[in-house]
Design a protein around this ligand. Structure first.
Ligand code: SD4
Length: 313
């Protein structure tokens, strides 16, 4: 697959993100605007894993992480952000209007409100309330692999519902990378993080180099899965560096997954990490630890096609 413009997002719920991004790209717009729209689209959707409808932390509060990066190494990020609907747009504001890259918690919220983002109620969505009540029964911290792909009925022990009450699919962290008609790359990542995480926990998704990295000379990479495993390997940056050495996007993703798995093969059976990569030629690739990771591609010739990633184990 090659060509431009093109947008690639994690998971099959990437159709929602790509629907936000594609109109911009199709009209010759910028990748940075397209990926922000992708984030907004998924943050508007009530689901387990992105935005204010997502699963809360152990204290019952939803805390959001997001980052964005353009074709000139400009980047912005927010983490541990509460009661703000569009963290991706706050991240962009951090990028464009502050001397900093990252704002967290109370300070990030204060910055958002000062920039006109409404402070929302903080009430859990119906799906999240139900999942939290269920989690409290055992209060176990055990991430579920590929939670987004569990169909109703499977794995009753999962701490989150397989399908939300309104029928929307569960899915996971949304990472979107795009190449625009002018040949420039950008990316974003947005999430409510691991469900029932410790209060204050921040994953890979808002960390530049872990959950997202963009080097316009080489490519763009984002990922989903167990954030701790991604952070310790600087996952997305690692994939970009492998592409810089001449590897294809898929092979670059595979090599990064291999490094993550080889750290502790026994443990790797119990977590998922999946990368997606796009190089400056518009070639794409993906690889994951476990079976079950997929991604969505939209371009002039590919209409929201969902691909299964190859997996290591
Ligand atoms: C995190 N990477 O917070 C995110 C969540 C995720 O599959 O993608 N889970 O660690």
């Amino acid at each position: 697959i090659a060509g431009k413009p093109i947008v690639v997002s994690t998971w099959d719920s990437g159709t929602i993100a790509n629907s936000g991004a594609w109109p911009i790209l199709q009209q010759g717009g910028k990748a940075i605007d397209a990926v922000e729209k992708a984030g907004i689209a998924i943050e508007n959707n009530i689901n387990c894993c992105v935005g204010l409808g997502g699963n809360p932390d152990r204290d019952g509060r939803v805390t959001l992480d997001s980052c964005i990066m353009d074709d000139r190494f400009n980047c912005g990020s927010v983490a541990f952000l509460e009661r703000i609907k569009h963290p991706v747009s706050v991240a962009r504001k951090v990028m464009e209007t502050t001397p900093h890259v990252m704002l967290v918690g109370e300070g990030a919220q204060k910055f958002a409100v000062a920039n006109g983002f409404p402070l929302e109620s903080g009430k859990l969505s119906a799906g999240a309330q139900k999942a939290y009540r269920k989690w409290l029964e055992k209060s176990e911290y055990k991430p579920v692999i590929n939670i987004e792909n569990q169909k109703p009925g499977k794995d009753k022990s999962a701490f989150a519902p397989n399908k939300l009450d309104d029928g929307t699919l569960n899915h996971d962290t949304m990472g979107t990378i795009a190449l625009d008609a002018a040949g420039n790359l950008s990316g974003m990542c947005t999430t409510s993080g691991m469900g029932f995480k410790m209060r204050g926990r921040v994953g890979d998704s808002p960390i530049i180099g872990a959950g997202l990295y963009v080097d316009n000379e080489v490519g763009a990479v984002t990922c989903s899965g167990q954030g701790e495993e991604v952070i310790r390997m600087c996952g997305s940056h690692l994939v970009v560096e492998f592409m810089r050495q001449g590897l294809s996007p898929k092979e670059a993703c595979r090599r990064a997954i291999e490094r993550i798995v080889n750290r502790d093969r026994a443990r790797a059976k119990d977590f998922q990490v999946g990368f997606i990569a796009l190089n400056r030629k518009g070639e794409i690739g993906a690889f994951s630890v476990q079976k079950g990771f997929n991604y969505t591609v939209t371009s002039a010739s590919i209409n929201q096609k969902i691909y299964d990633a190859e997996h290591f184990l």
